[in-house]
Design a protein around this ligand. Sequence first.
Ligand code: C2E
Ligand code: CA
Ligand code: CA
Ligand code: CA
Length: 278
Amino acid sequence: AKEAGRANHQFFTPELNKRASERMWLESNLRHALADNELELHFQPQFAVDGRRLVGAEGLLRWRRRDGTMIPPGQFIPVAEDTGLIQPIGDWVLGEACRRAADLIARGHPLLIAINLSAVQLRRPGLADRVAFWLDAYKVPARCLELEVTESVLMDDSDMVAGTFARLREMGVALAIDDFGTGYSSLSYLKRFRVDKLKIDRSFVTSLTDGSDGGAIAEAIIGMARSLRMQTLAEGVETEEQFGGLARLGCDQIQGYLLGRPMPYEEFAAFAARQAAV
Ligand code: C2E
Ligand code: CA
Ligand code: CA
Ligand code: CA
């Protein structure tokens, strides 16, 4: 066993070694991040193209370490998914989104708050119960909450996923498909699930103006959404040129650095108040 261990060791290049230890660090510290209040939900504004009206926000998870450093979600969400920590973290996100939605309502801004769900969260029973629990706990109407899932979740033909979506639909919670067009090519799931909104991935927004496909894909998505009576929201809009192109194609909503970056809640509440005053 000792020899095997030594032999194995040779496969660990310094690079692999570094990644493995980073991962171990993330695993052991992520366990405490939730308990120690190191997680924050930031909010990125979403606007109706029509009148550039603020209509909602996407809640995006942030991990702020006590030393002030921020760890982006792309780094720790995969670890949370692998370790099962995504269950308590996802539940916290749901509760936090409802708490903030209730506060916005109290301040006179009944906005739609969207959050991201991992496939892992949907493959476990009880998600619809937790959504119902948090909505009731903060007395938030279901129509103020939107859940974003990726296409892979809808390709899962388990009864669990279908049952969960049926219940969420009954409750009146909105469902959006995130990163639409980047995942699976089969669209058959659109017949099985009620979907309220397609979020057009940033890559298609970029190609609107970089001359590659001239926005053919964005145009096709918007056309399809319209005929299926779904809304469209374009993500990662950074320029007025992109905004104009999407407006011409008939896109309903816009999210991106052009109109607002993700920001801590208090900043977002002030942002919403300024928008309402315009
Ligand atoms: P996503 O859901 O596709 O979120 C959009 C990402 O694009 C966010 O990165 C956002 O900050 C960034 N973004 C927004 N506007 C622009 C823009 O104009 N230009 C550019 N270049 N980027 C823009 P972020 O916050 O780092 O989140 C990364 C991913 O982490 C998210 O991608 C989502 O998949 C995941 N994530 C974030 N919060 C949660 C969460 O609470 N639960 C789960 N399961 N996943 C989450
Ligand atoms: Ca998202
Ligand atoms: Ca996205
Ligand atoms: Ca994404």
